[in-house]
Design a protein around this ligand. Structure first.
Ligand code: KG4
Ligand code: ZN
Length: 333
């Protein structure tokens, strides 16, 4: 079964062609980062217009790269939430158009569930149960996954997402948008112990707070304006890594889950990928990261999730499928 995956929930226009839920034929990701960089963050209206401009070309390009015509597509999977309403509308409307023209099934995908499917693509031989850590620019969640298709959110951030905390910090340092990859690179040259950034709520519960960390950075920069950027980045990143690591272990223990799976854009971070596994294994849990290119937003994960939903859960959506900017992952079915 050939699935066309479409992703437009934020600032990446992405189209993928995936065979049988796991074999990636084409993976195209067009980032709008340059468009939004001058504003320091995503401008929703500009994002919608750019998706509208780019998506039809990208879909044509994906089919051509797969050596297929429109009649080669058996199913269309599209992100319908959570995300920005305008961008989501572009993807969902385009998907419905393809479905209407071709008479194939439509499957709406929860973007957060799609992030978890990066694990299934990267580690098909390692099934649930697991504790999923979704750390992206818009969300940071701890999710108990007893089996594919069953998602229980057990913790997460009360304010900023982990990626958002990195992006806002990067903005303070003038690193451009998104700052995560720049912080990743600069931190390699810095000392993680250089600045005593706080670890808010480290010892309590399964919730996290990253806004306090950003405030601490604002005050530190005011009082120590000459701290080298690599040290600042290494120390700030270390606080984010410590928080994600400890909360993930705490959640896995609380819900007796044998393994921890880390996904979302922040899971591409090198320091997190270096530090978290050792600490997790020390406490007796297994740990898996998908390949970095499946961690950041893409449509392969959307196609994989849609395939699972259609083939294993028997679910398809009507043409009237509406975007839901606030779609929750907890109990999504
Ligand atoms: O999952 P994603 O691509 O989009 C959302 O669903 O939000 O995540 C984007 C976030 C951004 O905040 C970006 O700065 C961060 O992931 N990110 C990284 C890295 N690559 C992307 N953060 C740290 N290190 C990276 N290498
Ligand atoms: Zn995402």
């Amino acid at each position: 079964m050939i699935v066309l995956g479409i992703e437009t929930s934020c600032d990446e226009t992405a189209v993928a062609v995936v065979r049988d839920g796991g074999e990636v034929l084409v993976n195209l990701v067009y980032s709008q980062a340059d468009l939004h960089a001058r504003y320091g963050g995503v401008v929703p209206e500009a994002a919608s217009r750019d998706h509208l401009r780019k998506l039809p070309c990208l879909a044509q390009e994906a089919l051509a790269a797969a050596g297929l015509g429109w009649d080669g597509i058996d199913l269309v999977g599209v992100t319908y939430g959570p995300g920005l309403i305008g961008p989501l509308l572009v993807g969902v409307t385009y998907a419905a158009g393809v479905v209407l023209a071709r008479g194939v099934p439509l499957v709406g995908v929860n973007h957060l569930a799609a992030h978890l499917f990066a694990h299934r693509l990267g580690w098909p031989e390692v099934p649930p149960p697991f504790l999923g850590v979704i750390a992206s620019g818009g969300h940071t969640l701890l999710v108990a996954v007893p089996r594919w298709g069953e998602y229980r959110v057990v913790g997460g951030t009360r304010d900023d997402a982990a990626g958002e905390a990195l992006d806002k910090f990067g903005r303070l340092l003038g690193l451009g948008y998104p700052a995560g990859p720049r912080i990743d690179a600069l931190a390699e040259e810095g000392d993680p112990g250089a600045v005593p950034f706080p670890r808010p709520m480290l010892e309590s519960g399964l919730d996290m707070s990253f806004a306090g960390l950003k405030t601490a950075a604002v005050y530190w920069l005011r009082d120590h304006p000459h701290t080298p950027a690599p040290d600042l980045c290494a120390a700030y990143l270390e606080a984010v890594v410590d928080l994600l690591t400890e909360k993930a272990i705490r959640a896995a223990r609380r819900f007796s889950l044998p393994r921890i799976v880390v996904v979302g854009g922040v899971a591409a971070n090198r320091r997190l990928r270096q530090v978290l596994p050792g600490r997790v294994r020390e406490r007796g849990f297994e740990v898996h990261f998908p390949p970095p290119e499946l961690c950041t937003d893409n449509a392969v994960i959307v196609a994989a999730c849609a395939h699972h939903r259609f083939v294993e859960l028997g679910h398809a959506d009507p043409l009237s499928l509406s975007p839901d900017p606030n779609l929750s992952l907890d109990g999504w079915a």
